[in-house]
Design a protein around this ligand. Structure first.
Ligand code: SF4
Ligand code: SF4
Length: 290
């Protein structure tokens, strides 16, 4: 098989059961018709993945809202997990859903990117779910947003997670004055990769695998090199779609989001995360103490 494709899927779903103050999708609702449309587009994407057997494929669902409260997405992960050429089926989630459905998940393939939202759940409840995932043998990463008021909870979460679980922190880097050195030291002690996240990487003209071995797909099958460059590459349902993928330099001035700059070659994060690239789990030994 030739090079693996890492695909970020984001359909029209935009509703969420949580109400995080830092998010525009908090407590928004989709109508029943909108959810049906989203599920049908998801089904078409899954059919395409199933038929694309000439490639190894990894999929990360990056919904605008929360998807695992909807059966269509739980079933999608289980279905992808059973496709022999799919090496990873991962999703970003707030982990509010029950976890029993994961009993049927392929342990080598299905993975969860779990984000702790301190205003919406407790550290105890969230950490208990992570321990359950750990006992079930479900691959998972855990992370949170580096809000200063939440530092005590972030520290508490670190203490309550399994020691082997890497805890990532997303920087609130839009305001360069937001953190002082003590804040930065605290967050770097929690997440040794925080300094990379806390940076708008100058990316124009630089090599990035987005658009070659990684691309994003929307509910209509339109592929873009990443979530941050709107120009379409083509449509995955076009029989010649593969011809649209090639190595090319980034055209944006900066890349400031993990799901983007993880593909920026000069950062070497493909090596740091290796097999855990999509679900954000660093390779064993890639960072100190893990
Ligand atoms: S859980 Fe995620 S999508 Fe939902 S409100 Fe919070 S940040 Fe937004
Ligand atoms: S560096 Fe970021 S913005 Fe540029 S192509 Fe890669 S993922 Fe997209």
């Amino acid at each position: 098989m030739s090079t693996r494709w890492n695909i970020l899927y984001r359909g029209p779903l935009s509703s969420c059961n949580y109400a995080c103050g830092y998010c525009p999708f908090a407590k928004t609702r989709n109508t029943r018709e909108e959810l049906q449309e989203d599920a049908s587009k998801l089904g078409r994407f899954l059919d395409w993945v199933e038929a694309s057997t000439s490639r190894e494929i990894g999929v990360l669902f990056t919904p605008w809202g929360e998807a695992l409260v909807h059966r269509a997405y739980r079933d999608a992960l289980l279905r992808l997990g059973k496709m022999p050429h799919v090496r990873r089926a991962a999703i970003q989630t707030n982990l509010a859903c029950g976890l029993q459905w994961l009993e049927g998940a392929e342990r080598d393939t299905v993975a969860l990117w779990c984000t702790f939202h301190p205003t919406e759940t407790t550290v105890e409840r969230f950490a208990a779910k992570i321990h359950l995932l750990d006992r079930m043998g479900i691959r998972h990463s855990v992370g949170t947003v580096g809000v200063k008021e939440h530092f005590p909870l972030i520290e508490q979460l670190r203490g309550m997670l399994p020691e082997s679980t890497y805890l990532w922190v997303n920087s609130l880097k839009k305001n360069p004055e937001y953190y002082d050195q003590e804040h930065l030291d605290f967050l770097t002690a929690i997440d040794p990769l925080f300094p990379i996240n806390h940076h708008q990487h100058r990316s124009r003209g630089k090599e990035c695998s987005a658009g070659h071995t990684s691309f994003s797909v929307d509910g209509d099958g339109i592929a873009r090199r990443c979530h941050f460059i709107r120009t379409p590459l083509g449509n995955i349902h076009d029989p010649n779609f593969e011809d649209r993928l090639s190595p090319r330099p980034c055209t944006n001035a900066v890349c400031g989001c993990h799901i983007g700059h993880v593909h920026l070659k000069e950062l070497g994060l493909a090596e740091t995360f290796a097999d855990g690239l999509l679900e954000r789990i660093p390779q064993k030994g890639a960072i100190a103490g893990r």
